[in-house]
Design a protein around this ligand. Structure first.
Ligand code: G3P
Ligand code: CA
Length: 288
C-alpha cells in the first residue's frame, strides 16, 4: 500500500494532478519520519537535555523542540507559556530573565508525577536554551522546531533564524533537512518563509472533529508550507492522501501507544510525533 501510494504521488508530480503545484516541497517523500515529541518525553522530563539525549540514543530522525522566549529575549525549550507545569516555579516565561529561569528545577515535577519512572538525575535538569541544545548536539541530530507563541514574542522568527545561521544549520538538498520549523500560527510561518524560503515549514492544525481542508486552504498552504501537522484522531486515509496529492506532507501528533503508531503507519502518513521513540522504532521495523 505504501509503495503504491508513493508511486501514485510520484506520478502525480510528473503528470500534474490537481493542485499539486507546491514549490515548497523541501522534504523527501522517501522517509517515514520519527520525531521525538518534546524529546523522549515518555521516559524523561520533556524539553530537558536528558530527554533529548535519550531520543538521540534511540536514533530518531528529529528531536522536537517547542520554543518560548524569556524577558531578555532568549529562546528556550518549553511547551507552555507558563513555567508552572514543568518546573518548580510559577508565572509566565516572558516575565523571567534567562538567569532567573535557570534557577528553576525542570525535572522534579516528573519524578513526583511519575514515581515509577523517577530518576534522581532528572532533578539536575534546568530549562535549556535553544543555543545550548545546538551547542550540545551540533550536527548529530536533526531539529524540528516549533514557534510556540509567536503572537506574544516579537521578533521570535528573526531570533530563530539568526541562531540557525550562527550554527550553520540551514542546508539545502539533503535527504533529511537538518531543520524543520512548525507552528500553529500561519502569520509566523509566512513571515519565516519570507525571511528564509529554503527551510521546510509545517503548518500545524488541531481539528476538533474530522480533519478537512478546502481548495483555497491548499492553495494558501502551497505558497509557504512543505506539509501539515495534524492531530491523529481527526484524520482518515482519504484526508491524508488528499493533502499529499496537493503536495503537502502529513505528520501526525502525538502518538502515545502501540495502537496509535500502527494506525499512523497504515494511514500512509509521512511522519509521526512520538513520546516513546524506542517503542516506535521497534513497531515500525515490524510493520514495514
Ligand atoms: O508540534 C506537534 C505537536 O507537538 C503539537 O502539539 O501541544 O505537543 O506542541 P504540542
Ligand atoms: Ca510541539
Amino acid at each position: 500500500m505504501r509503495l503504491f501510494f508513493t508511486i501514485l504521488v510520484g506520478l502525480c508530480l510528473v503528470t500534474g494532478c490537481d493542485n499539486q503545484d507546491n514549490s515548497t516541497q523541501l522534504i523527501s517523500n522517501e522517509n517515514f519520519l520519527i520525531i521525538a515529541h518534546r524529546g523522549a518525553s515518555a521516559f524523561a522530563p520533556e524539553h530537558t537535555m536528558i530527554a533529548y539525549e535519550i531520543a538521540h540514543q534511540a536514533e530518531v530522525d528529529y528531536i522536537e523542540i517547542d520554543l518560548q522566549m524569556t524577558k531578555d529575549g532568549v529562546l528556550v525549550a518549553m511547551h507552555d507559556e507558563k513555567v508552572d507545569r514543568t518546573t518548580d516555579g510559577t508565572g509566565l516565561v516572558k516575565e523571567y530573565t534567562l538567569q532567573e529561569l535557570k534557577q528553576l528545577n525542570a525535572g522534579k515535577w516528573f519524578n513526583e508525577e511519575y514515581p515509577g519512572l523517577a530518576n534522581r538525575e532528572f532533578e539536575n535538569e534546568q530549562v535549556p536554551t535553544l543555543e545550548e541544545i545546538f551547542l550540545h548536539f551540533g550536527d548529530e541530530v536533526n531539529y524540528y522546531i516549533e514557534l510556540k507563541s509567536p503572537r506574544i514574542y516579537e521578533g521570535m522568527e528573526e531570533k530563530l533564524l539568526a541562531l540557525l545561521k550562527k550554527y550553520d544549520l540551514i542546508r539545502e538538498g539533503q535527504d533529511l533537512p537538518k531543520v524543520i520549523v512548525e507552528s500553529f500560527n500561519e502569520d509566523s510561518l509566512t513571515n519565516f518563509h519570507a525571511l528564509e524560503p529554503t527551510l521546510p515549514l509545517i503548518q500545524l492544525f488541531s481539528f476538533k472533529e474530522k480533519a478537512a481542508l478546502s481548495h483555497s486552504d491548499y492553495k494558501r498552504l502551497q505558497a509557504y508550507a512543505s506539509g501539515i501537522g495534524v492531530n491523529l484522531k481527526s484524520v482518515d486515509q482519504d484526508f491524508i492522501h488528499d493533502a499529499q496529492l496537493n503536495g503537502l506532507q502529513v505528520h501526525l501528533y502525538s502518538l502515545k501507544n502501540e495502537i496509535d503508531i500502527k494506525n499512523a503507519f497504515h494511514l500512509d502518513a509521512n511522519g509521526v510525533f512520538v513520546d516513546s521513540p524506542i517503542l516506535s522504532e521497534l513497531i515500525l521495523k515490524e510493520e514495514s
